[in-house]
Design a protein around this ligand. Structure first.
Ligand code: MN
Length: 250
């Protein structure tokens, strides 16, 4: 059987840094860590740029065996029923709409879905949850979740629920993770559960028990996939779920 095809959404650059040089020429890109982590886990990584025609997004997802939502800018608050507040940072509304369509289609087709950083937030919003627009203002007693260290360094702990899929994947209750986010999931969609929190209570992982594989993590396992066993297991679990779905479909 051919290795499963894992679609990875892209980061985008639409803000002042980029457009002052080339106005209105936006850029979709992905840190290579993500694709190498998927490849190393036995999947074939394919990059999905922002696609504006939502019917084309559906057709693209129809060709995939798994979906990985990557990190990036803030999700537009209007998508979870809020006005923008101070502390909100750069957004890409076209990316938001494209990823929500991709998630909905992936769910309809029963694809395994992994969300990383912005990806966990996008998952929450796509299914009816809400976000903290800026945890440093809205949850001021929180830890420093914007670590002053590179992505390969794990800086804070996370406590994992023992009854969760995440626990079954990684086999550990307390883990060290990296952290590079100023937003976090606030209210969960109806059929989601929290499966890991940081010491300050900030949600660091969610999943949907009534679906075979839907997992969101607030940290960046792609930053540590080469040396960190927990990170390797997360990517392996996504590829394995995709492989199993392929096999079950015959
Ligand atoms: Mn964190």
């Amino acid at each position: 059987m051919a290795p499963p095809l894992i679609g990875l959404t892209c980061y985008s650059s639409v803000g002042p840094d980029w457009i002052q040089h080339t106005p209105n020429h936006y850029m979709d890109f992905l840190f290579r860590d993500y694709s190498l982590a998927v490849e190393s886990a036995g999947g074939i990584p394919v990059l999905l740029p922002v696609i504006e025609d939502l019917a084309t997004v559906k057709s693209a997802v129809a060709r995939l065996d798994g979906l990985l939502l990557t990190g990036g800018h803030d999700v537009a608050p209007r998508l979870y029923g809020q006005e923008p507040k101070p502390g909100l940072r750069e957004m890409d509304y076209e990316r938001d709409l494209m990823e929500i369509e991709a998630v909905k289609e992936a769910e309809r087709r029963g694809l395994p879905i992994l969300g990383i950083c912005r990806g966990i937030q996008l998952l929450a919003v796509a299914f009816g949850g809400t976000l903290y627009q800026d945890i440093f203002r809205e949850a001021p007693d929180c830890l420093d979740h914007n670590q002053k260290a590179g992505k390969r360094v794990n800086t804070h702990t996370v406590k994992v629920e023992k009854s969760s899929r995440l626990y079954r994947i990684i086999g550990a209750e307390t883990i060290w993770v990296n952290s590079n986010h100023h937003q976090a999931v606030k209210d969960l969609p109806a059929d989601f559960v929290v499966t890991a929190r940081a010491g300050d209570g900030i949600i660091e992982a969610v999943e949907r028990p009534n679906y075979h594989y839907l997992l969101g993590v607030q940290w960046h396992p792609e930053g540590t996939w080469r040396e960190d066993e927990v990170s390797k297991k997360i990517f392996a679990s996504l590829v394995e779920a995709a492989r199993k779905r392929l096999k079950d479909q015959g």
